[in-house]
Structures are given as structure tokens and as C-alpha cells.
Design a protein around this ligand. Structure first.
Ligand SMILES: *Cc1c(COP(=O)(O)O)cnc(C)c1O
Length: 372
């Protein structure tokens, strides 16, 4: 089936490969990438991206749910898959069927896994200060005890940094505290004769801002896709990262909007003068934030076309008055390059008042994903 008929995502796998290589240069040689491919690989397409990463030698992945992990297995991913959050006891069977690693979200969850009777591979979550998942770092006896549960094969422990993107003294101090808490847990386990486990702590910003750290895995997400969370974010290392994803849609129709006429739901845009407008076959159901109504622009034939009126579920409208050559059937670029111009995911996120992680992870099911 033709994949670029309506609205689609183009994936530049050379850029993905480039980013993987950049991270490998940045990380200590014995630290392995464990890409975060949750939320459909941040909208890029989980199986497409993971297969490409697998070909590049990546052997470990992390996802948010057992369903996401199963999709990867069915798609031919053979490496380790860690589930970063809760799995319901009724789904424990899938952990075994698909050979997955489950996060122990706290001590009572370890007991639930133990009591199931089957044997599970797990990594123990440690709460070092984010206060989301994990057993508290101070509870070293409880953490050590999880290693002694007969039905749990504990192959790793990990924690998560919550302000590693921040550069203020306060944020840096907090992150160093989290790092120290994590290292303390590792040392205390060693002191108790527990050695045979892997450790991991860093996500993208942990890698980019604390690249001196040396753990067994690094859970790179957003930056592996070649972008940062926010347009204004600064990072400590000079990594050359290239965006993997472009978002494109067709111009369905080009028409006039005469002076004084309004366009779209709610009549939120009115033409101050005669305008040539274009209707694009993409909308908020595809992941274009509705908050971009009358805000920001798309690219057509290398020129900016401002968004006008409300974003609809399946369509949106743009002002083509300044662009001579556009006709129905042409491509519009919502994220990516057109001629000399580029809209970055960071730009769209800024217009929408959010971070790129949210924009990308909400890219719609309906978009075709095309590797180029
Ligand atoms: C999503 C997630 C990551 C990846 O985060 P990025 O900031 O996108 O690199 C890493 N670790 C955990 C626990 C996560 O939930």
C-alpha cells in the first residue's frame, strides 16, 4: 500500500545510526546502550526502530509495558527487554512467555512476584530521590533481601534521575546526591557479598550532562532520536545528534478565503485581506497538538505557511498566500526540512508549550512510518 498518501512519518535510519555511534563514543566502552523504545519508540515506530538498532548491535531495550515488550518480540527483537514499570499479576505469564525482565517497583511487589511460584528475571528499582518507582535507597536490608527471594533472578538494579537536565547549582547538587545514594546501594550490596548484578542510572540527560559516570547500561531515549526535550536546553557535552523523524502531510486542497471570511471551527481566524489557504490532511488525532491552532507554521516548497484556524481531528489549514507554487497533492512538512528551512521537534514543542517527548510519543497510530 502507498504510505505517503495522507500523513506520514519519515525515519532517517542513517541519522539513528549516527546517533548510536555518538553515544557509543560518549559512553565508557563497557557501558551498553539500552535504548528506551517505549511509547512506540517515542512515536517513531517501536519495531522499525528496534530492528534497526538490533542490526547496529544493540542487545538491550527498555519499554513501559508488557504489551510493548510482546510487540517487540513478535517483531523479531531477540535481546534483553526490561519493563520499566508495573505489570499486573494476571500478566505475569507473559513475562515468562516472552522472556522479559520485570522491574521490582518496591518490596511488596517483589513479594507478589515471589508468591506467584514461577521464576522471574528482574531488575530492582531503587528510589534515590525522584520518589516515583523503586524501593527507598536507605532500605538497604530490604533491597538485599529481594536478592534472596528464591523465585527472583535479580540481574540488575537501577534508579532514575529527575533533574539531570537542570544546570542550576541546586539541580546539580540534587543529581549528585541521587548518584551518591545509588552508589551507596551498590557498595552496600557488595559488602553483603552480592556481586552478580548490573547497574544503570542515566537517561539521555544523565548521559549528556554526567558522561563521567560509569555503569553497565545507559537508557537513552529522546536524545537517541536526535533531539533534546526543550529548545532552550543546554548540555555539557558536544554530541552531534541528528533528528531521525520528519512529519509530513498532503495538501488536500488550495482555495481562496476572501477578506472578512473566517476559517474553521469556532471562526477563530478571519482573513484581514484576501488569502490563499491550504487544507492539510493531518490533525490532532495524528498528534498535531490542538494548541497549535493559529500558532506556528508548516513548510511548503521551502517556505513558511502559518497555521490558521483551529486544528481539527483529521485536518488543519494553513496560509499559502505568500507561496506561489503550491498545489493540491504537494507535501507539507510539519517537522523536518523543506528546501533551506527546517522545523525541529523542539520548535513544535515550544509552540505547544510542552516538551518534545510528549509531542513525539503522541504521534498517531494512523500515521504511516516509512524508513528512508
Ligand atoms: C523514559 C525513561 C528513560 C529514557 O528517558 P529519556 O530522557 O528520554 O532519555 C530512561 N529511564 C526511565 C526509567 C524512563 O522511564
Amino acid at each position: 500500500m502507498y504510505q505517503k498518501g495522507r500523513a506520514w512519518i519519515e525515519l532517517d535510519m542513517n541519522h539513528l545510526k549516527h546517533n548510536t555511534e555518538q553515544f557509543r563514543l560518549l559512553l565508557p566502552s563497557d557501558c551498553h546502550l539500552m535504548p528506551a523504545v517505549k511509547a512506540n519508540a517515542y512515536g517513531h515506530g517501536a519495531v522499525l526502530i528496534s530492528k534497526e538498532l538490533q542490526e547496529q548491535g544493540v542487545e538491550s531495550f527498555c519499554v513501559a509495558s508488557v504489551g510493548e515488550a510482546a510487540e517487540l518480540r513478535r517483531g523479531g527483537i531477540t535481546g534483553e527487554i526490561l519493563i520499566l514499570s508495573y505489570t499486573h499479576p494476571d500478566q505475569f505469564g507473559d513475562l515468562i512467555a516472552y522472556d522479559l525482565i520485570q522491574t521490582v517497583v518496591d518490596r511488596s511487589y517483589a513479594q507478589e512476584l515471589q508468591q506467584d511460584g514461577r521464576r522471574f528475571k528482574v531488575h530492582v528499582g531503587v528510589d534515590t530521590g525522584m520518589h516515583r518507582l523503586g524501593e527507598r535507597w536507605e532500605n538497604i536490608e530490604e533491597i538485599a533481601e529481594i536478592f534472596r527471594f528464591s523465585n527472583l533472578a535479580v540481574t540488575g538494579i537501577y534508579s532514575h534521575l529527575c533533574v539531570s537536565d537542570g544546570m542550576t547549582a541546586l539541580e546539580r547538587d540534587y543529581t549528585f546526591q541521587q548518584i551518591h545514594h545509588f552508589e551507596y546501594v551498590v557498595e552496600e550490596l557488595h559488602r553483603r557479598g552480592i556481586w552478580n548484578f548490573k547497574c544503570h542510572l542515566q537517561g539521555s540527560y544523565g548521559i549528556l550532562n554526567y558522561s563521567e559516570l560509569c555503569f553497565d547500561y545507559a537508557r537513552a531515549g529522546i536524545a537517541l532520536y536526535g533531539i533534546l526535550s526543550g529548545k532552550k536546553d543546554a548540555v555539557n557535552v558536544k554530541a552531534d545528534l541528528k533528528p531521525v523523524l520528519s512529519l509530513k502531510a498532503r495538501v488536500e486542497s488550495v482555495k481562496m478565503l476572501y477578506q472578512g471570511e473566517c476559517a474553521g471551527y469556532g471562526l477563530t481566524y478571519s482573513a484581514g485581506e484576501n488569502k490563499k489557504i491550504g487544507v492539510l490532511s493531518i490533525g490532532y488525532a495524528d498528534g498535531v497538538p490542538r494548541s497549535l491552532s493559529n500558532c506556528g507554521y508548516v513548510l511548503c516548497n521551502g517556505r513558511q505557511a502559518p497555521i490558521i484556524g483551529r486544528i481539527c481531528m483529521d485536518q488543519m489549514m494553513v496560509d499559502l498566500s505568500e507561496i506561489d507554487s503550491v498545489k493540491a497533492g504537494d507535501e507539507a512538512v510539519l517537522i523536518g526540512r523543506s528546501g533551506e528551512l527546517e522545523i525541529r521537534a523542539e520548535d513544535m514543542a515550544q509552540w505547544a508549550g510542552t516538551i518534545t517527548n510528549e509531542i513525539l510519543s503522541r504521534m498517531g497510530e494512523r500515521l504511516e512510518r516509512v524508513a528512508v
